[in-house]
Ligand binder design. Sequence first.
Ligand code: GRF
Length: 197
Amino acid sequence: MLNILVCVSGGGTNLQAIIDAINEGKIRNTKIKCVISNNEGAFALERAKNAGIDAACVSPKSYETREAFNKAFLDKVNEINPDLIVLAGFLVVIPPAMIEQYRGKIINIHPSLIPSFCGTGYYGLKVHEKALERGVKVTGATVHFVDEGTDTGPIILQKAVNVEKGDTPKQLQQRVMEQAEWIILPQAIDMIANNEL
Ligand code: GRF
């Protein structure tokens, strides 16, 4: 059984996709042990509660320094002791000590086809604004391992999505979530849980 920790910051639609995929048997041999958010108002925490999953909020705002937050965050993660850490719309920089300790066990979903539209400052709606600005005809999403860089770790899965004429950033974001993120993140977890990577 793969015990996973899902880290969230916002709406939690990727978390919901994981919960639903486990319930539908699309993700095998996997249990969400805990959900952690840095944002106490994240609807993702509601989703965890509704699904009967343990959840915690560890917010940088509650600590005097970034170092103090990093330690508290890593202590909480170690208490959970997950086999895999899934960053699902998580907007906090992962402490270097955590990357070291969980190397090869942290994955992230990014809403573009890396190496396009990624790196520092590229998150959420901004990614889609930049894709539309550049005029790409195809974008998509990427699941990758997390290393010390930003969106630089080894790529696990990608899925392409067409940009439609007249798309707004919001419309493109929704299509990338529906047609890519919510499909490849559960798929990647299932592959890892069943040694199919
Ligand atoms: C999504 O655009 C996702 O690609 C990015 O964070 C955004 C919100 O995700 N990583 P969620 O609805 O909180 O899962």
